[in-house]
Design a protein. Sequence first.
Length: 237
Amino acid sequence: MWLAGVGDSTVALSCTNADGTRSGKRLLDLHATTTPSEYFRVSMSHPAVEEDIFLRDRLLNSLSMTRAIGDFSFKFHRSYLTHLFSYLPSTASANYIPGVTKYSRTPPYVIATPSLSYVDLQPFRARNPILLLFTDGVDNLASGRFDAKAVPRKEDPSVIVGALLGDNVGSEMAGILGHGVESKWHGCDGNRAIEVLGNLLGGTDIERLSMTMDPAIISDADDAEFYIDDTSIIVCI
């Protein structure tokens, strides 16, 4: 299986273990400022005098991605943003325009070159492999980066999400997430993506789940107390 990816969405493979649980493995590195190889690549692509390329784990204090199809403000001279892009409708954060106009000196800071990988699936055939694709909002929830209890986790999100697809989730996931989880709570033929998301948000903890629906806490603004980014999940069985 050949893989190609651009951006900060995750491609992972979930397989069963001998004890009946599942484990997940990331198949492509995230194109994000928190990925060491991407941080190094971007840093070495610009003069050393540009000490403010990364601020708050964001490119030019604005963007967490290092590769993207769009985000042309990070690819062209900043005059394109001030004289053209700033007049277009946008859902970008409040730091986007001032960050680019203030710190952009030697673009491009974001490229569209994909990462490529080949995975031989033959060794995994007997382990009921499931291919997973999910966006950065799911990564944030699994890692605890944007969490109602603000508890960061050291486990890779692909490991957590891959394990949540198992019939026997076990107590380990409950210990990692900080709340109880329930396998196949959506029914035996239910939507597995919904099950994963529900277990990430709160699982069997009703109070925690209700917090994710509270408009006083949750917000579309990325500086909110509890911000949930896009949480698209595709499960390929």
